[in-house]
Write a protein that binds this ligand. Structure first.
Ligand code: FES
Length: 231
């Protein structure tokens, strides 16, 4: 897909933190770029192109060994930062410095993993609803939507009674009929496919956390039907 440089440089969500547990390699997409997400032993998130520099095998077919990502094909290992550290066929030779996975900048904030495909000119957006502990923000779940991120934002803003504001591209904040705050983070996976991460404030909502999540998830499933119909 054609990618505007400014769009690629912006920070975008690629997963909720809970969706990338220690020891797993998780596939994600951003603007058509396939990604592999994993954590080192310190818990720091790594976001790499999902392609081994040796023969192009998906990193998500590999596993984590000794705090490194081990490719599933020939077992080459790559440490945090992407440098190849070990080649099983030549165990006594240090791998050339030029053998490196393609990596992207990544940070974790507000329980989300943010990535830029380029060089971001600004910080990750300030999201008070998720940063303020008094708001008791709850991650409800993520929804794949077969619609572009721009259309998702446009339709939600036009059709919803939640009076959404968009403090930055692909971020919506609003309030439902019961007064609960909503934050929707939209991940542009590809031209016609997005993921929406739904957060709700538990501060003004009645019920326990599971009940709040169920109510909001049921609401968004209905929204998704409209979004995919292009309403
Ligand atoms: S393709 Fe990854 S080690 Fe060979």
């Amino acid at each position: 897909m054609t990618l505007d440089t400014n769009t690629a440089n912006n920070w975008s969500v690629v997963a909720a933190s809970v969706e990338v547990p220690a020891g797993e390699i998780v596939q994600a997409f951003l603007h058509g770029q396939e990604l592999a997400l994993w954590r080192n032993a310190a818990g720091e998130i790594q976001v790499w192109a999902n392609r081994c520099p040796h023969r192009g095998t998906r990193f998500t077919m590999g596993r984590i060994v000794d705090d490194q990502l081990s490719c599933g094909y020939h077992g080459w290992r790559f440490g945090s930062g992407g440098q190849c550290t070990y080649i099983p066929a030549h165990p006594k030779l240090p791998p050339p410095k030029t053998v490196c996975a393609k990596t992207f900048q990544a940070v974790e904030r507000y329980g989300m993993i943010w990535t830029s495909l380029g060089a971001p000119e600004a910080e990750v957006p300030q999201l008070q609803a998720l940063a303020d502990p008094e708001q008791q923000a709850l991650f409800c779940r993520s929804f794949v939507v077969y619609q572009s991120a721009g259309k998702v934002v446009q339709v939600l803003q036009q059709a919803s009674a939640h009076h959404y504001e968009s403090p930055q591209a692909y971020v919506l904040t609003g309030r439902d009929e019961a007064g609960a705050g909503l934050t929707l983070l939209v991940q542009p996976m590809a031209e016609d496919k997005s993921t929406v991460y739904l957060w709700a404030s538990g501060k003004h909502a009645a019920g326990d956390a599971n009940g709040i999540r169920q109510r909001h998830n049921a609401w968004f499933k209905q929204q998704r039907q409209q979004l995919e119909a292009g309403a």
